[in-house]
Design a protein around this ligand. Structure first.
Ligand SMILES: [Zn+2]
Length: 411
């Protein structure tokens, strides 16, 4: 009996060590413009299979409604919130024309390559601007970031993909993008990949809540299934552990389902599917945001971040230990009333304050450490009388994670 138990324990230990030594890889998919209520009522067997292994979560975009981080529920704004784990007040992509992204807020790809210069990244996308403008491939401002594998540009190829009024060519491009992604993942296994699919949003704009729109979403589900099959193939044949996130960039209006961009509940409403289990208490007790995906991938892949990048990220990891969430900061007559919620009681929190935002110009900020106290305290009244300003950045650094908050004073 005891011997049996010992053998069982030894086996468990061996399995755990083996699992730790697996090579970790990640894929995220953005399927454009699908509110949570729609994805939940349709027949999506592939998303459900993945969620059964991990989780399905309702989530949101749009930043803080009415607050300094409020972000229009527009596509490129949402993609960039995922890529940089920041809202529009930082990443500065206000619309699909992508006029002036602030590349000082690194994308997940730049974070990854900075940490692992020899590992491989990939983009498979129905919209070329994702690579050329949001990621800013080859630009000096992005450190000349380069993907190892690229599949995009098909929407510019009108010979092979002639544009038709019903946008069927976008479906065909999504199919092509998925075919290349599935074979590249199966054969080359890039360490970090982004798949972007557009057809769902096109049908939403054309038909609103309708059989045509729902059909597009079920087609997308089948496409996700092809990528998932490649991941399963890798896991069966190689010593690899894969993370997948599937999400969307915004919801649609309540009245017709045709529009988005505003701050109504359904336009802000999104969702996430992941194969990862178990998610942490932040995922369990908070309303996840599109900005949480990058910190989750950072945690999973073990990406080392420069502290100044870490401090700017507005999302939290849904994976692994998390100390604090829900930061608030309110200026009261020369003091800042700071509060947070504790999710893991271990350790202290440090409260740092800067009265500048040099970061957005690519320069460092000078943070003062103004309080160190147990995480369980959950609040601190901090004097900033000797650093008078109309603007403060507050960093609350816990044992396992760091959250941030701005104070913006009006004249
Ligand atoms: Zn969109």
């Amino acid at each position: 009996m005891i011997k049996k138990l010992f053998v069982a324990l030894a086996l468990m230990f061996a399995t755990a060590v083996y699992a730790q030594n697996k090579i970790r890889k990640a894929v995220f998919i953005i399927a454009d413009g699908i509110p949570a209520d729609v994805i939940e009522k349709l027949n999506t067997p592939n998303l459900k299979t993945i969620a059964k292994e991990g989780a399905y979560l309702r989530a949101h975009v749009g930043g803080e409604k009415g607050g300094y981080s409020q972000t229009p529920t527009i596509s490129a704004n949402g993609y960039n919130s995922l890529l940089t784990s920041t809202w529009v007040n930082k990443h500065n992509v206000w619309g699909n024309d992508i006029k002036a992204p602030n590349y000082n807020y690194w994308t997940i790809f730049r974070m990854f390559k900075n940490s692992f210069p020899d590992k491989k990244t990939a983009i498979f996308s129905t919209w070329t601007d994702n690579r050329t403008k949001l990621i800013g491939e080859g630009l000096a401002q992005t450190g000349n970031y380069k993907f190892d594998y690229v599949a995009d540009g098909y929407e510019l190829d009108i010979l092979n993909y002639p544009h038709d009024k019903l946008s069927n060519y976008i479906h065909l491009i999504d199919e092509k993008v998925v075919a290349v992604a599935a074979s590249c993942i199966k054969e080359k296994a890039p360490d970090l990949s982004w798949v972007y699919l557009e057809y769902t949003d096109d049908m939403g704009h054309k038909y609103g809540d309708s059989p045509q729109y729902y059909d597009a979403i079920e087609k997308m589900d089948a496409q996700v299934g092809k990528i998932w099959a490649s991941i399963k193939y890798r896991e069966q044949h190689f010593n690899e552990d894969w993370l997948i996130f599937i999400t969307t960039d915004h919801g649609r209006d309540e009245q017709t389902g045709k529009n988005h961009g505003g701050q109504s509940t359904r336009q802000r409403s999104t969702w996430m599917v992941t194969n990862y289990k178990p998610l942490n208490d932040y995922a369990r007790y908070y309303y996840p945001e599109i900005t949480d995906i990058t910190p989750s991938i950072v945690h999973f892949l073990g990406i080392n971040l420069p502290v100044d990048q870490l401090r700017e990220m507005d999302g939290e990891s849904l994976i692994g230990p998390v100390s604090i969430a829900g930061p608030e900061a309110n200026f009261v007559q020369g003091d800042i009333d700071v509060s947070w919620k504790v999710l893991n009681e271990q350790g202290d929190v440090k409260v740092w304050v800067a009265s500048s935002n040099n970061f957005k110009e690519g320069q460092p900020d000078t943070y003062k450490l103004l309080a160190t106290l147990p995480a369980t305290t959950q609040h601190a009244l901090i004097s900033v009388k000797d650093m008078p300003s109309k603007f403060y950045k507050i960093i609350i650094e816990g044992k396992y994670n760091t959250v941030n908050r701005w104070v913006v004073l009006k004249d």
